[in-house]
Design a protein. Structure first.
Length: 296
């Protein structure tokens, strides 16, 4: 059967790395006619055998597009290079390439100057999560909301969708903010394992279960911080204030020293807490430290 002879919205996909390939397979499996291009043509061959139509150049791919043109490339420079020389007038461009908020805003203006409609996306998933809704993966979208609604059905095929604003930079902002929080969490996990790893009789698997449960229980602090930032009252609902936490940091550091563990993953945040206490805000929660970073 010709996969291009159905009523489902066609998709044009530029970029077939691990993520692009995962996206492509979900659209093919859902019956969407799919045109693909990749800098290295051989990466397209398995998808062509599965029903995708190959394009020899980005210009050819974009010219034939009647649905969204999706980009999943290495970086923003790759987007500019790939779309250089293509005719974008009247096209719907969906950029799923990881970038910064400023790059997304600039790319939106760049696309609109060429007559295209633009959406930026931030993928909160790894390739094995694509096409598997039970894993909880999703994509942030921002930019042209009408364009988002027009193509929502197509965009929901690979993963869940969350529209976060008409500012084209907001998808990247949300993406990077969540990844930054993840990085901090991984730092804490690394330090925790370094502490217990000095004791060879600690069951790592059992400890990992305890660690995951504890982090899950503490994740609710995000809601409390949001409420304090909204109200401006950083003492609202505080159970453990900054003065108490800063004092407890001495124990954390002494334990690290006793276990011969370098505390470098913890000390930057500890200094931030101490600075806020030194300013006379020991009765607050952690929300006040946000302003110390935002004013940097």
């Amino acid at each position: 059967m010709d996969s291009h002879s159905n009523s489902k919205t066609p998709v044009t996909l530029l970029g077939l790395g691990d993520m692009g390939t995962a996206l492509a397979r979900t659209w093919l499996a859902a019956g969407h006619p799919l045109t693909v291009w990749n800098r290295t043509p051989r990466r397209a061959e398995p998808l062509v055998r599965e029903g995708a139509r190959p394009a020899a150049t980005p210009a050819e791919a974009v010219a034939s597009a009647t649905g969204p043109v999706v980009l999943c490339l290495l970086d923003d420079a790759s987007v500019g290079e790939t779309l250089s020389g293509t005719e974008l007038n009247g096209k719907d461009v969906v950029n799923l390439t990881t970038n910064t908020p400023a790059q997304a805003q600039q790319r939106a203006r760049w696309a609109e100057d060429r007559g295209a409609r633009f959406l930026d996306g931030g993928i909160m998933a790894v390739p094995p999560m694509i096409g598997r809704p039970e894993t909880g993966g999703y994509v942030f979208y921002s930019g042209d909301q009408q364009l988002f609604e027009r193509h929502r059905e197509v965009l929901e095929v690979p993963a869940g969708v969350k529209f976060v604003g008409e500012d084209p930079g907001h998808a990247a902002l949300h993406d990077v903010a969540l990844l930054s929080a993840m990085t901090g969490m991984f730092a804490g996990i690394t330090h925790a394992f370094a502490l217990v790893d000095t004791e060879k009789d600690v069951d790592r698997a059992r400890f990992a279960t305890l660690l995951a449960q504890w982090l899950g229980a503490m994740a609710g602090a995000a809601q409390g911080m949001a409420a304090q930032l909204d109200s401006g009252d950083f003492t609202e609902g505080v159970a453990s204030n900054l003065a108490m936490m800063a004092a407890a940091n001495d124990t954390l550091l002494a334990t690290a020293q006793g276990q011969s563990v370098d505390p470098r993953l913890l000390t930057p945040y500890m200094r931030l807490m101490s600075d806020r206490v030194a300013e006379g805000h020991g009765d607050e929660g952690l929300a006040g430290t946000v302003g110390l970073l935002a004013s940097a």
